[in-house]
Design a protein around this ligand. Sequence first.
Ligand code: NCD
Ligand code: ZN
Length: 343
Amino acid sequence: MQLTITQPDDWHLHLRDDDALAAVVAHSAERFARAIVMPNLQPPVTTTEMAAAYRLRILSALPTNTGFDPLMTLYMTDRLSSEEVIRAKQSGIVKGIKLYPAGATTNSDAGVTDIQKLYPVLETMQSESLPLLIHAEVTDSSVDIFDRERIFIDRYLVELSRTFPELPMVFEHVTTKDAVDFVKENPGRMAATITPQHLMYNRNAMLAGGIRPHYFCLPILKRGSHQQALIEAATSGDPRFFLGTDSAPHPQHAKECGCGCAGCYTANSAIELYAEIFDQAGALNKLEGFSSFFGADFYNLPRNTNTITLEKRSWIVPESYPFGNDRVVPLMAGHELQWQLIS
Ligand code: NCD
Ligand code: ZN
């Protein structure tokens, strides 16, 4: 069986820099026409000028003859100014500003400590219609890691969306039924990305029978009832939910150690993973909207016009790929996937 769909885009991607960038970018470019590139480098991408330079590094790391278009983002800090927001919008290359609460995840130490102090800047983003991309987890160490997303909604998102009803917001990598319900009920311009790992797994995959570090990402995998809510949202045809892999490569030794870091690498088989999920849910006819239409519509960008073709023919995901001087282990390494990208 074959499936041809409009070429998809990845609305949440970590490409890293230097050797790591060179090692992974082709995986995304083989599948996706465009990607929203996350700014959590060290140091983070905080200005339009830095984003423009990073974009050129990405373009020069690409294999020749690919039309892959990296869509850049800025990393929001307490020091972001309205002037920078306007510069970002006018550049045409920056498509969003990413809010990481300080300390929420990998390389987020420079993140935001007090969202309310940034309200004047959000006002400017709203009038410029520049999307706010949100890593929605509280970082308060007294809050249980499995509750961090749900509590962020009550503490910040309710008020944010009431105060800025016209600001396009992306609730990134939703992992709970609470988040899905919040997005569905939100009267403002809010959408959400959903990763393959949160659709495919619940926390048992990471913890039952042994600790499996390659399933550890943030927000952390939740219980099965949340996974079900995510599958329903992704396969419902609701345009507020679209594809964002959050593919986040780390060297093997940084994941497989006493304190393994957060992030799943999925760029090598991203659209294949989603095809598998939609197939299992009996919703292959909903894959194209989720993968190729709704994100572009949300970001006010044209839909892609070329296509990709997938075939249902099983293959084994490689154990690892080269990653600079190291290796990166993909999600489902050594396991069988049913769908293959053939062109
Ligand atoms: C991401 C990374 O490694 O950059 N990790 C992750 O677990 N998702 C950071 C992020 O997006 O939270
Ligand atoms: Zn991410």
